[in-house]
Every structure is written in structure tokens, then in C-alpha cells.
Design a protein around this ligand. Sequence first.
Ligand code: ZN
Length: 478
Amino acid sequence: MKSSALSGVVGKSLLIPVLTMIAGGAAGAILVTSFMANTDEAAAIPTMSTAQTQETAAAENAEIATAAPTETEEATAEVPEKEAEVAVAAYVAPAAQNLNELTKTVSVSKGDTLMKVLTRAGADRAESHEAITALNEIFDPRSLKIGQDVTLYFGVDETRENDTAPPSLIRVSLNEDVDRQLAAVRTPGEGFTAQETLLELDRKMVRAGGVIQSSLFLSAAQAGIPTKTIVDLIRIFSYDVDFQREIQPGDSFEVYFERFADESGTILKEGSIHWASMTLSGKEFSVYRFKTDDDGFTDYYDEKGRSVKKTLMRTPIDGARLTSGFGKRKHPTLGYTKMHRGVDFGARSGTPIMAAGNGTVEFAARNGGYGNYVRIRHNSEFKTAYAHMRKFAKGIRKGARVKQGQIIGYVGTTGRSTGPHLHYEVHRNSKQINPLSVKLPAGRKLGGKMLAAFNAYTGQVRQEVASIELETQLASVK
Ligand SMILES: [Zn+2]
């Protein structure tokens, strides 16, 4: 028995909390430490397979069967830090001069499994298996990454009978993310339990932007905006902006987003974009990140409270009836079967036709059997086309920008047509698809109380944005 006077006072459960503190201190401030401890809780995790649960239970039972009885006092919280560190020393193997000799950090190499990593670091195979089993409750072994560090802590259980045995594995930890540390921790007499430690990072809002020289991606990257944020920015605007064709030199962008730093101010990761704006050919589009409390969804909305995820209108005409669907049909007079690559809406000549979504007109002219024909490019994926128009609406010509619902022309019977109707097509990746069955992302338009809440929120965001300086060159991260 190697117990000192101190260890007798604090009890052996001290070792693990102190080590947790040291490990956490190295990475940043610990705010939340949640324990996912016992088998019952583990069994309640829906993603776990039954096999894993049973294995965990077996592992724990095995540990309980061989472990010495635990002391009951919980003096941990009462012990001041300095004394606690001394107490750690009282628990180490006799040969160890300092804590470093009892911790080992190993990097994951190609082809490694957690078992390989632990045994390479000198951990006992059976103990490693127990630790891994516990860790698997909160860690997907497939997410182990090359170069990831795994830290092992070794200690001596004082109640053991053989003093010359090597120290036991008491903790295995790895960082799954910059602010999420996972560990398997051995509690004397209880075996390994999974432990998740979330680091509280400081949030800093950043307002950055610039003028687009050749592409948004390049200009944003040159401004030091992190790739994740640029990708988010492009995704948010992709419903409204065709990034391959619409960006002109001199267009500009701004983005207001979260960054997270540790205590020392080192930026560890990027968070969400709260607001972003693009000015294209002098016209500004702003989007706000907003959570709708009624359904709990967070999405991006334009100034008017319309989700940026706009759906294309399936019926771009008012008061019309579907006269012919999409697909094979028998020609009414010639008798042969022909593929109909759009849908026909019967309507009186002169009925207004609307743009099914925001986009750019890429064709507005006479087009053979289609007669007067308009094609709108909405984004890199979708286009819509409108045929047999009597005439085009004012300003509808190649290159014009149109908004969803804007009138682009009027029903007619130009081209190969038997009577006034709109022939409407949706092209996805340049192939005609059925406008009535295409799955388009759902859009939402805020109204009532939700719109009022949104308007209050956007006012607040605009104030926030205006109160901080626009950075045109961010310091690089990592
Ligand atoms: Zn048709």
C-alpha cells in the first residue's frame, strides 16, 4: 500500500477529476461537462446497436466483478487545486517522477484502429478494449482521422495486490472537434465510462466584404474569408444568383458571420452567417438567418421575409386549366404517339404569363414550332421555358433579370399550335422534366406574427452590422 496521508483524506476518486481539469486547461475553458455514464443511459441512445449495448454491459460487469470495493466519501469538490495536484502524485506509480511520464499522446496513422493506437502507446489490450467499448457510446470509430491525437493517461489503483504490475490505463481522450473532447474514463471499481467535454468558446461577430474582381469565391478568399463561410455564402445566394454568369467585375458582397475563439483569442472555427448581402449591377440583395419558432427551422430569408429556398411556380399563369400533361401522347389528328416535353395550359389569348422563379432571360424570340418563346435560367440547375406567346412583356429580352411572378408575356397561339395556350417546360440540367412532379425545395413566406418578429429581428441585425467596422482583409485562421 503506497497511500500517503493526503490520499487517505481525499479518497481515490480524486485522480480522474484532476486529470480532467488538466486536460481541459490545456485546450481551453471547460464550461459543460456531461457524463454519459452507465449502461442504462447507453442503452437509451437510439443509434446504438443491441450488440454494442450488450458488449458494454458485459465489459462493465466484468470490471465490477474484478474491481475492489470503492470508498464512499466524495471529498473531491472540497480540495483546493494545489493540494489536489499533490494528491495526484500520491496516486502515481512509484517510478514516475512527474505527470508527463503517465500521459502519452499518440497520432493516428493510416490504417490505424483505436485498438492499434492504444496498444502501440503501451496500453494493455483488455483495458484498451474496455476503454474503446465505453468510448464507442459517443464516438463513431469510423470518424477516426489520420493525424488525430489520442491521449492516454495511466495510473495505479492503490488497492491492487501486485505492486510491481505496470500502471493501468485510466483515461483515453481525443478531440472530435476544436470544442468537443471525448474520453473514456475509468472510475475505480466501476470501469470505463464515456465522457463528453464541450469547451465554451468566445463568439465574435465579423463583418467582412469586398469588391468582386473575377469570381466571388476568389475575391472572398483574397479578403481572408474562410472557405467554409464562402461556401455557405454561395449556397445561400444560389437560388437567386447564377454565379457562373451573373457576376460582373465591380459587383460586391458583404457577410456578417460568427467566429469562435478560445481564451487566448485564437480563432478555432467559424459559425453561421447571420446576414449577407450581394450587390449585382448596382442592385442589392440581403439575406438574414432567422429561426421560425413555430416549426423550429432556421433558414435564410430576404428583406421581405421570403425564404431564399424558392420553389418554382408550377403554374406560371392565372386562371388557366391544364389541357395536356407531360409524357407520351397520341397526336390528336395524325394518330401517332409523340413525347410531350412540357405541360399545356389552356387560357384566353392575352392572359399574362409569369416568370416561375427569379432568374435571367436567356432566350426571348421566335423559335420555330414554339412560336414566341422565352427561356429563363434560374440557377445552374433549373430553367423554365414558355411557348406560343402572342407577345413578350415590356423589357423581356435576352439578359434581362426577372423576379418570380413578374409578367414576361401573354398567351397566344404562335408557332405550331392549334389554339391559344401556354406550353410550359421545366429544364433540369438541360433536360425537360415534368413540371407537375418535380421536387423543388420548399420555400416559405413569413406572415402575421412571424413576419413582425422577423422585421424586429432584421432591424436589430442591421444595427449590429452598422455598429462594427467592415473588414476587407481578415487575418488568416489556423
Ligand atoms: Zn405543349
